[in-house]
Structure formats: C-alpha cells, structure tokens
Design a protein around this ligand. Structure first.
Ligand code: SAM
Length: 275
C-alpha cells in the first residue's frame, strides 16, 4: 500500500516516484476522484480512481486489505491535497493493512503544516501539529487554553470561513503580544504570509481585501518560559485550591511542578483577591 503525497496548490510539487506509483499501481483510491482526475490528466496518466473518503473508509478497509492480500495487488491512496492521513482519510486503512501484514510505504511530498512552519520564522526545533480546532467556539477556546503555556510552536489548520474568528479567539487566549504567523494560499499564485504578534496579524488580515480568501495555516509561537511557568503554577494552584486548603495547595503545587515553595507562595499571594 502506497500513501502518495500530492500537491497543495502548485501542480509541480509532486515527486517522480509518486507519478510512477500513480501510473503503475493496480488500484488507485482517491478522496475525490474528480479532483484526482485533474492531477492525473495534467501528467498524462490515463486511468480511473475509486473513492475512499471519511464516510466509507471504515466500511471498506478490511475487505480491501483482504483483496490486496489474496490477489497480490498493489494500491495507492491519495487525498485531495498534500499528505494522506494528515487531517485527511487513510488512518483506518493503514491500521487494517498493518494488522494483516500488508506492507505500507509513504511517498513523501507536500504538506501544508510543514511548509508553513518552515517559512513562519517561528522555532522549528519543537512543534505541535494540532490540525483543525473543534468547530464550536467554547470547545476551541478550551483546547487553546490547554495549549497556552506550551513552549513549542503550535500549528493549526483552518477553513477560510472560520480563520478570522479563530484568530480572534487565539488573541484572546494567548494574548496580543504572542508571536504568530498566518500562511494563506501556500505554493499558489496569491501566497501570503502574515507575521508579527497576534494583534498585528489580526489587524493586517482585517485590512487585506483578500484576508479571508483561500486556504490557511495558523501558527502560534511558543509561550515565553516565564509566561509558561506562571500560567502552569496558576493552573495547578487553582485546581488544587478547590479540593484542599490554600497551604496544602501551595505545598502540592511546588512538589508537582518541581518549583521552590517560595515561588509558588509569592505567586499565590499576588493572586489573592485583596493582594
Ligand atoms: N493533507 C493535507 C496536508 O498534508 O497538508 C491537509 C488536508 S486538510 C483537509 C486541508 C487544510 O490544509 C486546509 O483547510 C488548510 O488549513 C490546509 N491547507 C491545504 N493546502 C493549503 C495551502 N495551499 N495553503 C494553506 N493552507 C493549506
């Protein structure tokens, strides 16, 4: 089974090996067959594909894997854009293949998250790929709050419809001054990168007449260490304070986070309503 990465915009972004596999595999499965036809036509590959998408991938996975084994067939999977399985169909199929001993090979290529990370100017040594946030604002907000003190670069996908609203929630949760980058239309004619802090980026996108057109990757820089420490102390202290005395909460917070008791005590004092 070949997992074949396809372009995320610029049709030139596909490897020779990927084109060879697409032309020669016995079965070709695509998230959207019409979309894939455009790619195949562009490269003069004349063949049909079958649909495999989030609505049928679970139901057809085991039968398909059985067929590959029994008939000794090769198959390739492509999604609409980029790398299959990355916020795209394919995971149940790979699970089924591995559990039946069918070899799985990835043909690497385009991916919007890594393309955006590389041009973002944000740290690339440690990062977290979060994919799409939950569609409901409250759920998105709590997912972001859980990430607010993380000291890695965060990468999110977002639909054009929600990009501005998500950016606003990010600014509210992470603060105006958190470094960030928004990449729009990567590898395409109107590729645009908005860099700066969250407040600056929100203003730049609001002022851009094309600011909500196209496809988006949103990246948020790591929390500064002192912000991360303070947030984490505040979070653990608040949780424990609902269960045990203030004094015990301070002791436990210091132990859990491996911080000096004095530091937590000072933090707790600043946090007192009448401090
Ligand atoms: N499998 C794909 C990959 O490897 O990147 C991602 C598929 S996911 C369904 C689609 C999302 O990826 C879009 O909503 C957008 O957030 C991001 N994306 C895809 N192509 C993009 C592009 N050219 N520019 C910016 N973001 C893109």
């Amino acid at each position: 089974m070949y997992l074949v990465a396809t372009p995320i915009g610029n049709l030139g972004d596909i490897s020779l090996r990927a084109l060879g596999v697409l032309a020669e595999c016995d079965l070709l499965f695509a998230e959207d067959t019409r979309n894939t036809l455009g790619l195949l036509d562009h490269y003069g590959i004349s063949r049909k594909s079958q649909a495999l998408h989030e609505h049928n991938e679970r139901s057809i996975a085991s039968g398909l894997i059985l067929r590959l084994r029994q008939e000794q067939l090769s198959m390739a999977l492509v999604s609409d854009a980029g790398t299959p399985l990355i916020s795209d169909p394919g995971f149940p199929l790979v699970q089924a293949a591995l559990s039946e001993g069918v070899p799985v090979r990835a043909i690497p290529g385009a991916n919007a998250a890594l393309t955006a990370l590389c041009v973002s100017g944000l740290p690339t040594d440690r990062f977290i790929y979060e994919g799409f946030l939950p569609p409901r604002e409250q759920a998105a907000r709590s997912r972001l709050s859980a990430l607010a003190s993380n000291t890695r670069t965060l990468i999110f996908y977002e639909s054009p419809r929600r990009a501005k609203q998500t950016l606003r929630i990010m600014r509210e949760v992470f603060g105006d001054s958190r470094r960030a980058c928004v990449c729009r239309e990567l590898t395409k004619l109107h590729e645009t990168h908005y860099r700066g802090n969250l407040a600056e980026i929100e203003a730049a996108i609001a002022a851009d007449p094309f600011g909500d057109a196209g496809e988006f990757v949103l990246l948020v820089g790591p929390a500064p260490e002192e912000v991360a420490d303070a947030r984490e102390i505040g979070r653990v202290l608040a949780l424990l304070s609902t269960e045990v005395s203030r004094r015990t909460a301070i002791d436990l917070t210091a132990k859990i986070l491996g911080r000096p008791r004095n530091e937590v005590y000072t933090f707790a004092l600043q946090d007192e309503p009448n401090a």
